[in-house]
Unconditional design. Structure first.
Lengths: 263, 263, 263, 263, 263, 263
């Protein structure tokens, strides 16, 4: 079983009415028609408005969609999506979500704000803080960060810093309630170059601002960093992020149906 | 059958995580437990971010929840909600949604940004423009406006202006696709003083800006107006509004369940 | 509460793939979006292939769709369907279902094989045979007949023959298991001129053939009849019919969803 | 809208496996097939084992099923249930639920332990204690009591005692959390002679025992009473009761489906 | 994951009312009770009436039911179906679907018109034409063909002709929109001797007639063929087929429930 | 795929109202939020009142909950339950279900009446009697027995007696309809020391009493037994049991939803 995080940003709110209609009227039913037998979860979370100052952290404004897959969707026929009948894409799709022109909907090239799609194990590879937290422990504002290390920094070198140096420092943030991370698995970086997803949970918008902007802990800058502020990775180049709540707007397999066809 | 529009604004995004949890985990299931037998529709629409400049129009940032009632919910026992067991309210509820302190969740007093709850007939009383529009006619950004006339202006006088003078002028807005209005029915102004709801539909954010801010038609200011700009009613005093899409985030009776109890 | 029977025939099987797609992908979700609050049942039965010889009895080959309405759907706004947004019709719709050219989807003019839409009380006005039958009494093949009396024959005169003379004779059919009838209520004959619906139930195809074609009882021809064979009404002029099973293919309000929008 | 309480007792646990199968496999789907358009709620609660000593209070051991009806189910055709096809009853039904031999499933005659079916308004006619209680106020064990006054005591006389004298005394029970009552409406006493339903809520089994058996308040015995102990009505003659939880085992219209047929 | 196609024909329409009732009332709920944990899709498509001339192509008139299995259903206990409790079969089952007398419901022997049950990989092994087609490309009439090669012709020899010679010729059919094929996997030919399933898609009935009967391309007859017309395999001996639409009548795991029991 | 049986007893009915609320309002939704992607079935059966004399057989009075797992839930993160957010437990949980004080909710230590949780293959390892039984063969009262052999008796030695000697003798019980058994798989004895589950099915309560207490067959006592009566294992030490019906009260994945959150 593998799990994926897909962050999608709209380049302009003008695309919102038609993109939402396409998602619910066409795309989700087609995805379920074609892939439901290998999907164990298919849920979408709407992005919460960023706390003031949060947009600078590579903020994605539309959605994070999460899939749990029984098997890799890249086997023959699965990615089309279906093998019998294919999914439909609005002709303005690439523009609406920022895919470089000439690139396919699920191509490998990536530029700032294009969809970020990353595959991970179902459970985090590292739990840094707050293990055992429950819903009774107050509000949850999830800051989901998808990232890589800069060119020239190996995953091992980067991870050594992130896990051994950086994460313990982040745990000193005032009001950080939960912090865990997933190392990407194959297929790595399906869309975009990313290799890790981390989730950092706060009580609410003010708590995030306080922890990240107003009263940050001391951080050690890695020697290889070319970006001198937390998180020492360049926004929209080395990382993107979004803010989510605990509840998916829609858990498609459980709560949604639509026009269902052969696969 | 009567229908109601309930607009709710959050006074601070900090309330968002807990208010969303309360809505879906506690409130909607309790409402359905207690009122489903008299509810024929119970759907919630999330507010879309306002177009730039739109926040000045008494913008409500959280939700519009729509109910269709088989009968008035103000009969004995129904408003508690249930008669056997009552609904739960978070203790920060009044602060989160801006209810004046000392006022009840569904009290009659109203001040700027407090919930606006208005009852109307199931179908509009006036259709000014775009009758017959379908989903094939492009995107839909709904501007939902709940309003009254200023103190001293009777409903008849106000409506005479709104229907005979103002609405035809509004129909001249470039790109206005659909425009209809509902005159309130009993129980009028359950929360707040409002007496009409209108919906104005545009293609998207830019279309709204163009129609309302950048290239407005000529409007006639009513003699009684104390607010000199469109719509000649004072924001957050005489009217509030929000921006919605065509699809409810959740149609509770169809798509949601939760912990169900006796009524 | 009123109930309606809507029989629809396809003029050519070539329309089947697109008409089925329109029904499930577009039409049923739009109908539910716009009318669900006043619909208490909305179910569709596919026509069973007619027994040999059955096609001559004004057989409709596609569907019978049944609605139960809380109130008349002809109140302002309801028939469009919605008041805010209207339903979509395929451009080949009139041709596909045999509506006379120039006539609207729900117009009053009718010709052979055009949709027949008739409103009745929720329960039959007459039960001629088999009251108390249960599912344990064997198979059920429903012959649903929608009819009127010929021009010049009043409803009273026609009903006098149908109820007093004809129905008792029909009850003598070998193997007829159940026979009941509904007299139309307002809005009468929404599409088409019909004033009654009757259901006659048989064990299966052979039973129908035996009862109706091979071993019919003696029938009395009414003096006003211009058609000399059972049922003494001219097929496709004075009556149409179809064959159904006990189970709806889809009970939309219970078992179907789709893209749900504002009404 | 009217609401009904139906208490059913099994005369022997030996009937349990087949009666449960009949209820869920046959009866509920048939009821929904035939009556769903006029049912606004159809939920069943399983009886909780009685607290020690509770069986003496006319305890019903199987279920309370609750219906909310858009209209009286006694109109033509509705009680059969369906008009087209009727519901099935197991041949041991009368024995299993204690219906007097020779009596119909929904006949008027009643004897001890036979089903008790009573129609009331949707909301209580009297709320004696605990109005405003919520789920956050602890556990809820509902004692549901269906009763009449002894022969010779008029409803007015009986109610005068019950509402003016008895209920205030009952409110003195230690640990009684909630107490409300419904006066029957037409059709009164469909099965059985009863004219009132009351619900008394306790924290749990021990609380009921303490309040009712171990530390009862002082009660005034009505002059007409022929039964000298609380509640001054003869068990299984003048009243029956059962113990329920707050959550229905199944809310059929929301959470259940089954084989669906024509009505 | 494996997928199966099950084509079932009714030997007489007289079986239709009871077979449909058995399928929906008994069989599908039993199958789901016993096998749902290993089923990832369980959907049934009703056969569309054959285009004129289509019945001669080994046409099956009732249904194609499709399963996606997490694992082979032939492991101990799964085929009975359940291990605890077994499924029920109507006593006329073998006659209704044409199973040779003395043979079991899922036996290996096969004769003309008996059910054809074949297991394949989830995605086609060959896509001959129309890859990438979407729902926007018009109507879809699916011709599903299950076949083997005549006695004495090895799978290799047969496939060499089918894939290298025949399929490219079929792709020349006027109006053929899509053509793909699955090679059977273990358990091969559970019911019946078949080793391949192909799907050929047309716009509608007329398109099939035009492509297959009226304006066929030139075909090369294989040397081993004992049947001199397209498709060079003997109907009801070497192949059977049916016509379906894109939408399943029922996707049981998503859209259906029923009486659910232990497995 | 593995399957588990979880028997839970309440130490006092006083816990019933709050434990039922916790199960349906909090626990099942949390379990589904966190584990649904690896759960293929998650159903709960309420315990039926024991036949008279049945309580002495280590009777558990509350529930048996059954899970089918795609993979072991003991992989990193799954047992907490979630890795991101953990499940909530009422503070009286250990007391309510009889977990030894100081032990965790899913700890290994076990004492009489504490939850018994055992993992098995999806299908029985032994079917002793009644293979092929269907729902048409009458009522089903399931006696579910979870057991181990006494200290000092190896699984091999114990199984040799159980399968070779004891089971055939049990099959002689008058009225025993079905008897099958599962040998535990890893993770063995998650909660409690048990190594086998058997199901014995009877027509009803009286049949159980007759078969087990009133007219038992001759049994051979194993030499190692320290308990001299059937089943030669000490109740609440070497075995526990409960009585269930064929239908789960709730099949959570199919029929239940609730507040759904991230995992």
């Amino acid at each position: 079983m593998i799990r994926s995080y897909l962050l999608v940003n709209l380049t302009d709110w003008d695309y919102l009415p038609l993109m939402e209609r396409w998602l619910y009227k066409d795309h989700a039913p087609e995805t379920m028609s074609q892939l439901a037998p290998i999907l164990h979860r298919y849920a979408t979370y709407r992005a919460v408005p960023a706390p003031m100052g949060g947009e600078a952290f590579g903020y994605y404004n539309w959605r994070m969609t999460e899939h749990w897959w029984a098997e890799s969707p890249f086997k023959a026929g699965a990615m089309g999506h279906g093998s019998a009948i294919s999914e439909t894409w609005p002709k303005y799709y690439a523009k609406a979500v920022g895919i470089p022109s000439g690139e396919q909907a699920r191509g490998k090239a990536w530029r700032a704000k294009a969809p970020a799609f990353i595959f991970v194990a179902p459970r985090p590879t590292e739990s840094f803080k707050g293990d055992g937290i429950t819903i009774e422990d107050g509000g949850i504002l999830r800051w989901v960060v998808v990232f890589k290390y800069p060119g020239g920094v190996s995953k091992e070198e980067g991870d050594d810093w992130y896990i051994r140096i950086h994460a313990p420092e982040v745990c000193e943030q005032v009001g950080l309630k939960r912090f865990f991370s997933f190392s990407a698995v194959d297929p790595t970086s399906l869309i975009g170059p990313f290799i890790r997803v981390s989730e950092l949970w706060y009580e609410n918008h003010s708590s995030w601002r306080n922890a990240v902007l107003e009263n940050p802990p001391q951080y050690s800058r890695p020697s290889w960093s070319r970006y001198d502020r937390f998180p020492f990775l360049e926004p929209d180049v080395d990382f993107v992020s979004t803010f989510l709540l605990e509840r998916p707007e829609c858990d498609f397999l459980k709560d949604y149906r639509g026009y269902n066809i052969t696969a």
